[in-house]
Design a protein around this ligand. Structure first.
Ligand SMILES: [Mn+2]
Length: 256
């Protein structure tokens, strides 16, 4: 024990107190050099102007950061893998992109810039949304760093997000079609998991087939098991390209 008097204000990290709450209590960084030195960097994308329904995900990054109460001095090994990722990897939190509420194109541009800075130094960006229009920004960043032949996509979602803006589809429903049409992404490099419900319909599924896209519906996940489907997705992604953009739209898990 130190003889120094106990500081009544600053203690160990817990998610429910303190001024700065980072993802799992990892170090907060503020410079590109610190991002470059890390293995992975958490970036918050607190915007929700891209949705058609259920706004509020601008509060997502901070909600995730405060969702779990951990003590950073403790071990937290994965029961499945038997390792503690916070000990095996250097993971830092860069905070949130500098959004101006209601300016979605600006938010997308800043996210592309931030994620691109991480990718350029071989640091894996881990982005917490935010609505799924963030994939517009992330696909632009992946294309900018690796080219359309250099990366694949594994996409967990209830929806394919291959809608057309011209059809009135809001930004969160269009990123994968937009990236294909801009030449930023190859349809053959996409594997989607968990599609269910009523959208896409037959016409859009036909367009997706014509692009060479692959997917497993939620019915198929239930029939085959998630492990088997994920193994297939990883095989497809690895054969397609050396890098992968992995994205999870939370509605694949909730009833919306
Ligand atoms: Mn969705």
């Amino acid at each position: 024990m130190s003889d120094a008097p106990r500081d009544p204000v600053h203690g160990s990290y817990h998610a429910f107190y303190g001024v700065v709450r980072t993802f799992c209590g990892v170090p907060l960084v503020t410079s590109r050099a610190d991002v470059a030195a890390a293995d992975a960097v958490v970036i918050g994308a607190p915007f929700d102007e891209g949705v058609s329904y259920r706004p509020g995900t601008r509060f997502g990054p901070q909600a995730v950061r405060t969702a779990e109460d951990i003590n950073v001095t403790g071990d937290r090994p994965s029961m499945h893998a038997g390792i503690d990722p916070l000990k095996e990897l250097s993971i830092v939190d860069w905070g949130d992109i500098d959004v101006i509420a209601s300016d979605l194109p600006r938010s997308h541009a800043l996210l592309t810039e931030a994620a691109g800075a991480a990718l350029a130094t071989d640091t894996v960006p881990v982005v917490i949304g935010g609505d799924h229009s963030l994939s517009h920004a992330m696909l632009a960043a992946m294309h900018g760093q690796f080219g359309a032949d250099g990366y694949s996509v594994i996409h967990f979602d209830t929806h394919a997000d291959t809608g057309e803006a011209e059809d009135g589809e809001p930004p969160h429903g269009t990123p994968f079609r937009a990236a294909i049409e801009r030449g930023q992404l190859k349809g053959t490099n996409i594997f989607q998991i968990g599609l269910r419900g009523t959208w896409p319909g037959p016409k859009l599924f036909q367009w997706m087939r014509e692009q060479g896209m692959q997917w497993a519906t939620m019915d198929e996940v239930i029939d085959r098991g998630i492990a088997d489907v994920v193994r297939e997705a990883i095989d497809v992604a690895r054969q397609a390209a050396p890098k992968t953009y992995l994205t999870v739209d939370i509605d694949v898990l909730d009833p919306a």
